[in-house]
Design a binder for this molecule. Structure first.
Ligand code: BLA
Length: 255
């Protein structure tokens, strides 16, 4: 797809595979920006984290989120945290130094991130790109390994919980992802909405029937519409709120 001004090229690819409900990537190339939005969503029978790589690069700076986004709360649910992240903490530690914490961010986003999240902002240099590329490979391999070793959840109530957690995640990103603004600018309101709903966060109409406001009622305006602010709680977490053992050390999380 070309942007409205024909100056940017958008490439989209998606796959479906056993255990993987949706693996998709959006790549944007223009003279001024480069974007990779890559995600892999397991079938809802699994409680495996969601692979998430978002890289936005403008002329001289880059914004990166690379993570195995947890399906369930890793701050309060120790069992889930240890199940998937205990063996991967070394990755978090390795890259926390090479790609340092990017400073304050939308508080609500933190609940979707894991103890090994790479959230970073840096000036674009070849050596940073090399590190980023190796981080991408390490994290993706780790995710594939989890995928290989996972067994299907058989208890129906647990499958429902996984399904709803994935639907909640899709609802958050389809409504509040920071990329939407640029996407609207590039391809216009209607197409951008279609790409977000049907491609990037496909599944939002199938995995559940709850609305964004059912999951995130704090965004409800008096007239019943969704508050257009990205964050109700504001930005926080100036420093990495996880220690090397994967314990949450940030202030009490805001809702
Ligand atoms: C900025 N992208 C950001 C920020 C985060 C993310 C945390 C910092 C600003 C903030 O705190 O909100 C990414 N946030 C995420 C991710 C999750 C989340 C991955 O909650 C998952 C749960 N980014 C893209 C795409 C584009 C893009 C596709 O992924 C463009 C098409 C752009 N991201 C983009 C831009 C900024 C940004 C321009 C900086 C400007 C801004 O903050 O609005």
């Amino acid at each position: 797809m070309l942007s409205l001004d024909q100056k940017a090229k958008l490439e989209m690819l998606s796959f479906h595979a056993p255990k993987i409900r949706l693996l998709r990537s959006l790549n944007i190339e223009s003279e001024t920006v480069q974007v990779l939005d890559f995600a892999a969503f397991p079938e809802p029978e699994f409680d495996i984290p969601i692979f998430c790589a978002n890289i936005f690069t403008a002329a001289n700076s880059s914004i990166v989120v690379l993570d195995l986004n947890p399906l369930h709360d890793v701050i309060t649910q120790r069992y889930y945290r240890e199940k998937y992240y205990k063996s991967l903490l070394h990755l978090g530690t390795k890259y926390a130094e090479l790609l340092p914490w990017g400073g304050k961010l939308t508080s609500e986003s933190l609940k979707f991130f894991s103890p090994i999240v790479i959230w970073s902002k840096f000036s674009s240099t070849e050596s940073k790109y090399d590190i980023l590329s190796s981080a991408f490979m390490d994290y993706y391999k780790a995710w594939l390994e989890l995928m290989n070793n996972t067994v299907e959840e058989t208890i129906p109530s647990q499958r429902m919980i996984n399904r709803e957690a994935q639907h909640r995640y899709l609802s958050w990103r389809a409504e509040k992802d920071p990329g939407h603004h640029l996407l609207r600018k590039l391809i216009g309101e209607t197409l951008a909405k279609d790409v977000v709903q049907n491609f990037l966060f496909n599944g939002i109409d199938e995995l559940g029937s709850k609305s964004f406001l059912d999951y995130f009622p704090e965004y409800r305006c008096e007239d019943g519409t969704i508050n257009t602010k990205r964050s109700m709680a504001g930005k926080s977490y100036e420093h990495r709120p996880w220690d090397e053992r994967g314990e949450f050390i940030g202030d009490t999380i805001k809702s």
